[in-house]
Design a protein around this ligand. Sequence first.
Ligand SMILES: NC(=O)c1ccc[n+]([C@@H]2O[C@H](COP(=O)([O-])OP(=O)(O)OC[C@H]3O[C@@H](n4cnc5c(N)ncnc54)[C@H](O)[C@@H]3O)[C@@H](O)[C@H]2O)c1
Length: 261
Amino acid sequence: MNEQLNRFSMDYFSLKGKVAIVTGANMGLGMAYATAFAKAGADLYIPHFTPDTNEIKELIEAQGQKAAFIQGDLTDPNYIESVVKGCLREYGKIDILVNNAGVSSFHEFPDYPDKAWKQCIDVDLNAVYYLSHAVAKIMMEQKSGKIINIGSALSYTADKKCPPYTTAKHGVLGLTKVFANELGEYNIQTNAISPGFLATEVNRELRADPNFYNKITNRIPAGKWGDLDDLMGAAVFLASHASDYINGWSISVDGGFTTTL
Ligand SMILES: NC(=O)c1ccc[n+]([C@@H]2O[C@H](COP(=O)([O-])OP(=O)(O)OC[C@H]3O[C@@H](n4cnc5c(N)ncnc54)[C@H](O)[C@@H]3O)[C@@H](O)[C@H]2O)c1
C-alpha cells in the first residue's frame, strides 16, 4: 500500500509533452483552458471561428509552449476532418480535446426561430459529437486520451428563452457518459466542466442590468460571479493523469449555483 501512496506526486497534474485541442480558444472561456494547459506544459492546437488569434498565441508562447491554429466552422464536416488531420500533421498525436466552442441565442418562446434552434444544436451538440468521434478513433489507436466537454448550469436546470442551449447542454452530459462507456477500456477518459456564471465579455451587457445581476448573484452561495482562473484548475485536473479514474462525470464550477433552489 505504501508503494501506491508514495508514487503519488504533483507530477500527476503535469501536462508536460501533451498536445491539446481546445475549440474556440482564441476568446472567452476557451482562452482560460488553453492558457492553463500551456502553463501545465502542453502544446496547443486551436480551431477558431473568428480571425483574432494574437492574444492567445502570445499567452501560450509566453509559457514556452507551441500554438498552432486552424480557422473554420465546426458545423462543416470537412472542417472537423481537417482539424484532426491538421493536429496530427503538426504534432503527431492528440492527447486532450476540449469541446469549448458554443453559441446561445435568446428569443421569446412562441417565436423561437427554427434557424436559431438548428444552429445552436449543430454547434453545441452535433459538433461536439462529430469532433469527439473523429478524435476518439485516434485516441483509441494511442490507447490514451482525455476528452473534456463543456456543459453549463443549464446542463442541470432550464431557463426561459433558450430552448436549444438548455437541450444541447443536457445532451453534452449524455454524450460525456456515452463516450466514457465506449472508450474507458482504451484508457480514454471523457468528463465535463459545467461553468456557472463567469464574468466575461459575453455577458457584460447582462451584468449591467442590476435586476438580472442581483437575481443571479443572490443565488450563488459564493456570493459572486466566477473569474476565468476559477476554471483553470478543473481543466488541468481533468486533462491530467491525476483524474485517470474519473470517467463520465461533470465538475460544476459555479460557486454552488446549481445546488440552490
Ligand atoms: N460564459 C459563461 O459564463 C459560460 C457559462 C457556462 C457555459 N459556457 C460555455 O462555455 C463555452 C465558451 O463560452 P464563452 O462564454 O467563452 O463564449 P464565447 O462566445 O466567448 O466563445 C465561444 C467560442 O465558440 C466559437 N464558435 C461559435 N460558433 C462556432 C462555429 N460555428 N464553429 C466554430 N466555432 C464557433 C466562437 O468563435 C468562440 O471562439 C460555450 O460552450 C458556452 O456555452 C459559458
